[in-house]
Design a protein around this ligand. Structure first.
Ligand code: GTP
Length: 364
């Protein structure tokens, strides 16, 4: 990827990759490790509930989240432009901006949107494309358009390399190189990459005022009139030049959201994650259980056949479960009915929590 020129333009790096490949994990890693740099983050999630923004380190610290469907296709690019403009104001003193595209965004349209902004303080910083090592071959068969995304990447991160052996990793590298022989590839577990690959983290002038890490949400919104976009969870696409979207991945994907104020039953929720409804590819959510010693916030993920859970603390937000199910051909009523059946009805189940805790990973 390119480094920041002395002129001081802020690079805008797009992080894209299919559903569940590890984009949020990567972003979180960068936010945790690039402590010397101030990174502005735009998160674009698919669906009305922005789970990704909830999962960004520090509870959306420094994140402007745009839950208006697929960013590349929002008719009104002002939402993105406005957010970028806020991040670019001098008082924000941002070193780099990362846009996490939704898992079914069309990177080309996003890149055109960024390069189309006539703001001299901004420069396109490249496309980082994340692939899931365990799924990339099947994904390319299912969605051949992924090849064209890899072709235009400036850096390809082959994530989840822990799930494949060295020979398979070699095959994936070869396949990526056949599509794109100029972009470097990095094989990672838990998307651990060096921030220097994305932008020059040493850019700050020696006499610059000390900075206190990431911007807070409030700092970002300080001069935001209207702030976040009016979002209705719809994907708006009018087929403009910047949005020759027909044939985009999101055409065939939809999401179903489920929110419960009552806690979930761990065993039944685990059953849902392990045997997802027909057409489901991806499930993610934050979940509350009413189980002694397990009343923390559980973050649950299912991608393909893989389930993962993390335990975090609630940081002031309501103890509520929010789950997003993404797939093709989902029957929304059935999905919601199955999740409703996984709400805790008070049935005693002494060891039920084990069906979730067995999937716990230590947050990287
Ligand atoms: N085994 C394994 N799991 C990983 C790795 N990186 C991420 N994951 C898990 O994969 C799941 C999806 O990761 P995310 O970072 O949320 O993926 P994403 O690309 O942001 O997903 P979408 O927002 O749905 O597109 C989570 O359960 C992660 O913990 C890895 O290197 N190995």
């Amino acid at each position: 990827m390119t480094s920041v020129p002395r002129g001081g333009q802020v690079p805008v790096v797009v992080v894209a990759g299919f559903l569940g490949s590890g984009k949020t994990t990567l972003l979180n890693h960068l936010l945790r490790t690039a402590s010397g740099s101030r990174i502005g983050v735009l998160v674009n999630d698919f669906g009305a509930i922005n789970i990704d923004a909830m999962l960004i380190a520090g509870q959306a610290d420094g994140a402007v989240s745009l839950s208006n469907g697929c960013m590349c296709c929002s008719v009104d690019a002002d939402g993105v432009e406005g957010a970028l403009t806020r991040l670019l104001r001098p008082s924000a003193r941002i070193d780099a901006i990362i846009i996490e595209a939704s898992g079914i965004a069309e990177p080309r349209a996003l890149i055109r949107m960024i390069t189309g902004f006539a703001d001299p303080r901004l420069r396109y910083g490249g496309l980082l494309y994340v692939v899931d090592a365990a799924d990339v071959h099947a994904l390319r068969t299912r969605h051949p358009e992924v090849d064209s995304h890899i072709e235009i990447a400036d850096l390809v991160v082959i994530n989840k390399s822990d799930l494949v052996d060295a020979r398979e990793l070699g095959r994936i590298r070869e396949a990526v190189a056949q599509l794109n022989d100029t972009a470097p590839t990095v094989a990672t577990t838990d998307a651990v990459i060096d921030a220097e690959l994305l932008f020059d983290a040493r850019r700050r002038a020696p006499d610059a005022r000390p900075r206190s890490g990431q911007l807070t949400f409030d700092e970002l919104l300080v001069d935001a009139d209207g702030g976040h976009d009016d979002c209705d969870g719809q994907i708006d696409c009018d087929g403009q030049d910047d949005c020759d979207a027909h044939g985009h991945l999101h055409d065939s994907y939809e999401s179903v959201e489920f929110v419960s104020e009552a806690p979930m039953n761990p065993r039944r929720l685990a059953g849902f994650l392990e045997r997802p409804p027909a057409g489901c590819y991806r499930i993610k959510g934050v979940v509350a259980f009413d189980v002694p010693a397990h009343r923390q916030k559980f973050v649950v993920h299912a991608v393909g056949g893989f389930v993962r859970a993390e335990r975090r603390s609630w940081s002031g937000e309501p103890r509520r479960s929010s789950i997003v199910v993404i797939g093709a051909g989902l029957v929304a009523d059935e999905v919601r009915a199955r999740l409703a059946a996984a709400v805790d009805d008070g049935t005693h189940d002494e060891h039920g929590i084990l069906s979730i805790t067995r999937y716990l990973v230590t947050a990287p």
